[in-house]
Write a protein that binds this ligand. Structure first.
Ligand SMILES: [Zn+2]
Length: 286
C-alpha cells in the first residue's frame, strides 16, 4: 500500500494540502545544460529511478474556511493513470464548485488541463483564475501562437483550450502583487514567460510554492544549471532557478513545488557546488 497522495501541513492559520496528480516516466534526453550521462549519474547517486520519473502535484489551500487551489494537474490530457488531483479533491469531500480562486503558476498542460473536463468545459464553475499577466500575454496572443515553431504549437493550443472557459474570470497580476491577502506573485521567468511562484505568509510562517523551478529533484538540486526541453527560455530559467535556490537557502524559506518528491514540502540547502533538498519531516497531524 502506498501513500494515497494527500498530505496536509499547516502554515500559520492556513492548511495546505499537496494533492498528487500522478507520476510518469521521463528520460534524460529532455535535460539540457548538462549531459544525459551526468543526469543519469545524478539520479543513480540519489538512489533514484534511471531514467528519471517526473511527479506532478497540485495544492489545496484552506484559508478561513475557503478553498483555493494552486494549479490543477493534467486532467485527462495524459490518460487515466494521471490527472488524479480531482479524485483527491473528491476524497476530501470538496466540491469543485466550492473552489473560489485558482492560482496558476503557468499555463503548461500538467498545470492547467485539470481546469477542464474531456468536453473542454470548466470543471470549476465558480472559480476565478489568478495568473501572471506575462503568462496570458504570451499563450493567449494569436500572433505569438501563429509565429511559434511547429513543436510549440500544441502547447499554445493546450493553454488556450484550458483557459478559454474561464474567459471573463481571469485576474492577472505581476511580480509583487497579491492574489489574495498574504499571497504574493513571485515571478520566476524562463520556464515560461509568466512562470511564477506564489509566496504565502501566515502568522510568522512563509512558504513559496515555486511551480516548476525544479522538474527533476535528483538532477537539478546538485546541477542547478540543468534545464528542461520544455523551457521557453532555459537560460532565463537557470537564472530564476538559482535565484530561487539562493533565496530559499539564505532566508530558510519553506518551499513546495509541483514536481518535487511528494509531498514536496522542504528546505533548500547549499551542498557541494550545488544545492540539496531537506524534506519537511512527516507528522501525523497537519
Ligand atoms: Zn510542470
Amino acid at each position: 500500500m502506498q501513500n494515497p497522495g494527500i498530505h496536509s501541513t499547516k502554515l500559520g492559520e492556513i492548511t495546505i494540502t499537496a494533492l498528487n496528480d500522478g507520476q510518469f516516466q521521463a528520460n534524460s534526453a529532455i535535460v539540457n545544460g548538462i549531459t544525459a550521462e551526468q543526469a543519469d549519474a545524478a539520479e543513480a547517486a540519489g538512489f533514484r529511478h534511471v531514467p528519471p520519473k517526473i511527479t506532478i502535484s497540485s495544492f489545496l489551500l484552506e484559508i478561513a474556511g475557503k478553498h483555493v487551489l494552486v494549479d490543477t494537474g493534467c486532467g485527462t490530457a495524459f490518460g487515466p493513470a494521471m490527472g488524479k488531483s480531482r479524485d483527491k479533491l473528491a476524497t476530501l469531500g470538496i466540491d469543485p464548485a466550492s473552489i473560489g480562486t485558482i492560482m496558476i503558476t503557468h499555463a503548461h498542460v500538467d498545470h492547467v488541463s485539470g481546469l477542464i473536463d474531456p468536453d473542454g468545459k470548466a470543471v470549476f464553475a465558480n472559480a476565478e483564475l489568478v495568473i501572471n499577466a506575462a503568462e496570458t500575454a504570451f499563450w493567449l496572443d494569436a500572433a505569438i501562437a501563429a509565429a511559434a515553431p511547429e513543436a510549440a504549437k500544441d502547447a499554445f493550443k493546450t493553454a488556450q483550450t484550458a483557459l478559454a472557459p474561464y474567459a471573463g474570470r481571469i485576474r492577472t497580476v505581476s511580480h509583487g502583487q497579491e492574489a489574495l491577502a498574504g499571497i504574493v506573485c513571485h515571478h520566476l521567468p524562463g520556464h515560461t514567460p509568466g512562470h511564477s511562484g506564489w509566496h504565502i505568509a501566515s502568522g510568522n510562517e512563509q512558504l513559496l510554492i515555486w511551480g516548476d523551478v525544479v522538474h527533476l529533484p535528483g538532477i537539478q538540486f546538485p546541477h542547478p544549471e540543468a534545464g528542461l526541453a520544455f523551457d521557453t527560455d532555459s537560460d532565463l530559467a537557470r537564472v530564476s532557478r538559482r535565484g530561487a535556490f539562493d533565496m530559499a537557502a539564505a532566508d530558510k524559506i519553506l518551499v513546495a513545488g509541483m514536481h518535487l518528491d511528494f509531498p514536496t514540502f522542504g528546505h533548500v540547502v547549499k551542498a557541494g557546488g550545488g544545492f540539496g533538498f531537506v524534506p519537511k519531516v512527516w507528522a501525523p497531524e497537519a
